[in-house]
Design a protein around this ligand. Structure first.
Ligand SMILES: [Cu+2]
Length: 439
C-alpha cells in the first residue's frame, strides 16, 4: 500500500472508531435479528405423492387450469428488492421478485405462459434446459422478435421430460440476467423415480455488483462481485432449511450468475449428485460428495438423508463468496506495526486504533458504522458468537421433529458435546504442553 492509501485507510478506520463511540445503537440496528419466514407446509404437487418444491425466500408460480392447460403469467418488471435487512436495491425480476416464482409442472403437462413486459426495454424468456418447439425457445432475434415494452407474448409448449431447469431473459442478457431476471423451472416425473423424497428445495445462486450507496446493481461488472446470494438473498437474510433426521432431502441448485461457478458445501453429511439440467444420473454413476460445483448456466440436484441433528452450515466454498459489500478492497494489515501511527493519531482522537493488524476475524460484528443501505463485511449473530460468514450462506437445521421446530431457533446441544477450553489437568495427563504465546 502506498503512503496515500495508507493514510486514507487509517483515517477511514479512525472515522469508524470515532463514530462508533457516538452511535452504537444505530450500528447495532444493522445487525438486528433476522425474522425468518417459516417454510410452507409440504403438500403433494405431483402424482405418486411427490411433494411440492419449496423455494426458500421465494414462491411458486400459480396456475389457472383452462381446458386441461396450465396457464401462468409472468410479468417482467423493475422491483424494489431486499438482499438482507439493511440492503435494498432496484433490480429486475418477474412478478415482483428475483428470482422469479419457481415454475412447477409435471411431465406431459401442456403449459401456456403469458409474458408481459413492464421493463423500459424489450425482453424475452428462454426455458433453459426444457425441450420446446424452436419458436418457443426465447432467443431474441434467433427464435422470435423481442417482446416490446408494454407487450404480452404467449409461450405454449408441452413439457416432455422431467427435470430441474431454469428460465431467464434472452434479450440484453448481460444486463437483464445481472439485474435478476432468472428463475427455476421444475418438472416432476409422471411416475416418481428413485426413493421417495420427503422435502424438495430449490436454491438459485447468483452474484451481483452493488456499489455502496448505489440503488441499482452494476450490470456491467465482469469480475468483482460483492453481493452473493441464495435465491437473491444474502446471509443473514437467507431462510434456513429445516429438515428431519432420517428424511430423504433433495436440493436443486441452479446458477445464472454472470461469471462465476459456485462450489456449494454442506456440513454434517454427504450427498449424492443425482441429476443435472441434462437429465438423471444413473444410480451406478452417482457420485458421493460434500461439495457440489454449480457451473454458471447449469443446475445440479443432490439427495441425502441426514443422520446427525444440529445446525449445519451450507455455503459457497469460495471464501470471497461468503463476504458482503464491505469486505472487499481492504488493504492487508496483518503484521503491520502501527504503534507509532496510533500514538500520533491518538493525540487528536484518543480512541483511535488501526484495525486489521491481527487478522479480520470479528470485524463484521464490530460496531463500526456502515453507510446507509449497505451490508457489513460479513456475517450475522449465531448462538455462541458472531458468525463470520455472510453472502452465499445459510443453515441446514436437522431436527427430530422438523414440522414443529422453530425455524428461528438454534440447536440445543446436549451437555458436554460442545468444544471448549481444554482442562489443564487433562492436558498434563495427555502429555500436551501448551506453546508459549508469541506477542
Ligand atoms: Cu460462490
Amino acid at each position: 500500500m502506498d503512503r496515500r492509501e495508507f493514510i486514507q485507510y487509517s483515517s477511514m478506520m479512525a472515522g469508524a472508531a470515532l463514530i462508533a463511540r457516538v452511535a452504537p445503537a444505530e450500528a447495532r440496528e444493522n445487525h438486528a435479528k433476522i425474522p425468518h419466514r417459516p417454510q410452507p407446509f409440504r403438500k403433494t404437487a405431483a402424482p405418486g405423492g411427490q411433494f411440492a418444491v419449496v423455494t426458500p425466500n421465494g414462491s411458486t408460480l400459480p396456475w389457472n387450469i383452462v381446458d386441461g392447460v396450465k396457464v401462468g403469467h409472468l410479468i417482467a418488471e423493475s422491483i424494489d428488492h431486499e438482499f438482507a435487512p439493511g440492503l435494498r436495491a432496484q433490480c429486475w425480476g418477474y412478478n415482483g421478485s428475483t428470482p422469479g416464482p419457481t415454475i412447477e409442472a409435471v411431465e406431459g403437462d401442456h403449459l401456456r405462459i403469458y409474458v408481459s413486459n413492464r421493463l423500459p426495454e424489450p425482453t424475452t424468456v428462454h426455458w433453459h434446459g426444457v425441450i420446446v418447439p424452436n419458436g418457443m425457445d426465447g432467443v431474441s432475434g434467433l427464435n422470435q422478435r423481442p417482446i416490446g415494452v408494454g407487450e404480452t407474448f404467449m409461450y405454449e409448449f408441452t413439457v416432455r421430460y422431467p427435470g430441474t431447469f431454469m428460465y431467464h431473459s434472452h434479450f440484453d442478457e448481460m444486463t437483464q440476467i445481472a439485474l435478476g431476471m432468472a428463475g427455476m423451472f421444475i418438472v416432476h416425473p409422471r411416475r416418481p423415480r428413485g426413493p421417495h423424497v420427503d422435502r424438495d428445495f430449490v436454491m438459485m445462486t447468483h452474484e451481483w455488483r452493488l456499489n455502496v450507496g448505489a440503488r441499482r446493481p452494476d450490470s456491467n461488472e465482469m469480475k468483482d462481485f460483492n453481493i452473493l446470494t441464495f435465491n437473491s438473498r444474502s446471509f443473514p437474510g437467507t431462510d434456513p432449511l429445516v429438515v428431519g433426521r432420517g428424511e430423504r432431502i433433495r436440493i436443486r441448485f441452479g446458477n445464472l450468475s454472470p461469471m462465476d461457478h459456485h462450489p456449494i458445501h454442506i456440513h454434517g453429511l454427504s450427498f449424492m449428485l443425482t441429476a443435472t439440467d441434462g437429465g438423471y444420473i444413473q444410480k451406478t454413476a452417482q457420485i458421493p460428495e460434500t461439495t457440489v460445483l454449480i457451473p454458471t448456466g447449469s443446475t445440479r440436484v443432490i439427495e441425502f438423508v441426514p443422520e446427525v441433528v444440529g445446525d449445519w452450515a451450507m455455503h459457497c466454498h469460495m471464501t470471497h463468496h461468503i463476504m458482503t459489500q464491505m469486505g472487499h478492497g481492504i488493504p492487508q494489515m496483518i503484521g503491520a506495526d502501527t504503534r507509532k501511527l496510533d500514538q500520533r493519531m491518538q493525540r487528536i482522537m484518543p480512541e483511535y486504533m488501526t484495525m486489521g493488524t491481527t487478522g479480520m476475524g470479528g470485524m463484521g460484528e464490530m460496531e463500526m458504522p456502515i453507510p446507509p443501505n449497505s451490508l457489513p463485511m460479513r456475517g450475522g449473530q449465531g448462538p455462541f458468537s458472531y458468525i463470520d460468514m455472510g453472502g452465499m450462506f445459510t443453515v441446514l437445521k436437522v431436527r427430530d421433529n422438523p414440522d414443529a421446530a422453530d425455524p428461528n431457533g438454534w440447536y440445543k446441544h446436549p451437555a458436554g458435546t460442545v468444544v471448549g477450553p481444554a482442562d489443564p489437568a487433562r492436558m498434563q495427563t495427555d502429555g500436551v504442553v501448551p506453546p508459549i504465546q508469541q506477542s
